[in-house]
Design a binder for this molecule. Structure first.
Ligand code: KIV
Length: 285
């Protein structure tokens, strides 16, 4: 088994090689992502939408996030596991942020946490880092603030907005983040942030010049068909073969073609005869 990737390894990769990150939410997906050689696994709060079928990421809580992080931790032995801090698990203050970040390591067995926001979450980032917990930042389209942003919209489209994002990224790097996710921002802005900050940028809808890329596993595998953002590339469309397999199973059961002899446990002839002669007691009146 190769050695676990650490937050300092991710930091040290800046300018040397591209970093890879994908979400996972359970044991089998964690095994697949880990075996594919990914650097980081994010147990994203996108869980709310792609696994729990919710409209947005706002309703998912600490207990659900920890439950799924534990499952991922059982499956991933090499990738750095990052727990995504859910809405209202860090916004209410520094103490709340440290305690909940700590739970991701202590109970979820993650090795780092991610939280959304720029300058306004600097006190939380500093306090979590001071507690010895690696933090990944997340700026641009931050889904937990979608009500404030007016929806799931591309951010940083004007020079003024781009300047604010660059300042946010600098503030997060100074506060101690080991990397920063840049979501849904024009590529020239992401490129500028990437050359400005000393920590790796991990893009999602932020163009090719980031230090690494992240996507949601259900999007990559074609398992979520409610909505497909422009920045997603589907590397497989598994929804169709899954539906076909399930339909075939149902048909074979209905038609008596499953289970076949190869799926059935046999019995010695002598015992079989005894069973056939047994008289069962009738139930009911
Ligand atoms: O929750 C999530 O999956 C994320 C990624 C899209 C970065 O935050």
């Amino acid at each position: 088994m190769s050695k676990r990737i650490t937050a300092p390894d991710v930091l040290a990769a800046k300018g040397k090689r591209k970093l890879t990150m994908l979400t996972a939410y359970d044991y089998p997906s964690a095994v697949w992502v880990d075996e594919s050689g990914m650097d980081m696994i994010l147990v994203g709060d996108s869980l709310a939408m792609v696994v729990l079928g919710q409209e947005d990421t706002l309703s998912v809580g600490m207990e659900e996030m920890l439950h799924h992080t534990r499952a991922v931790a059982r499956g991933a032995k090499r990738a750095l596991i990052i727990g995504d801090m859910p809405f209202l698990s860090y916004q209410c203050g520094v103490e709340q942020a440290v305690l909940n970040a700590g739970r991701f390591l202590k109970e979820g067995r993650a090795q780092a946490v991610k939280l959304e926001g720029g300058k306004r979450v600097v006190p939380q980032v500093e306090a979590i880092v001071a507690a010895g917990i690696p933090v990944q930042g997340h700026i641009g389209l931050t889904p937990q603030s979608s009500a404030q942003l007016g929806g799931f919209k591309v951010q940083g489209k004007t020079a003024g907005a781009a300047k604010a994002l660059i300042e946010d990224a600098q503030a997060l790097a100074e506060a101690g983040c080991f990397s920063i996710v840049l979501e849904a921002i024009p590529s020239p802005v992401a490129a500028r942030i990437t050359e400005t900050v000393p920590v790796p940028t991990i893009g999602i809808g932020a163009g090719p010049d980031c230090d690494g890329q992240v996507l949601v596993i259900h999007d990559v595998l074609g398992l979520y068909d409610r909505f497909l953002p422009r920045f997603v590339k589907q590397y497989a469309r598994l929804g169709k073969p899954i539906r076909e397999a399930l339909t075939l199973y149902r048909e074979e059961v209905e038609q008596g073609r499953f289970p076949g002899p190869e799926h059935t446990f046999a019995m010695a002839e002598e015992e079989k005869t005894k069973v056939a002669k047994m008289k069962g007691k009738k139930k009911g009146p």
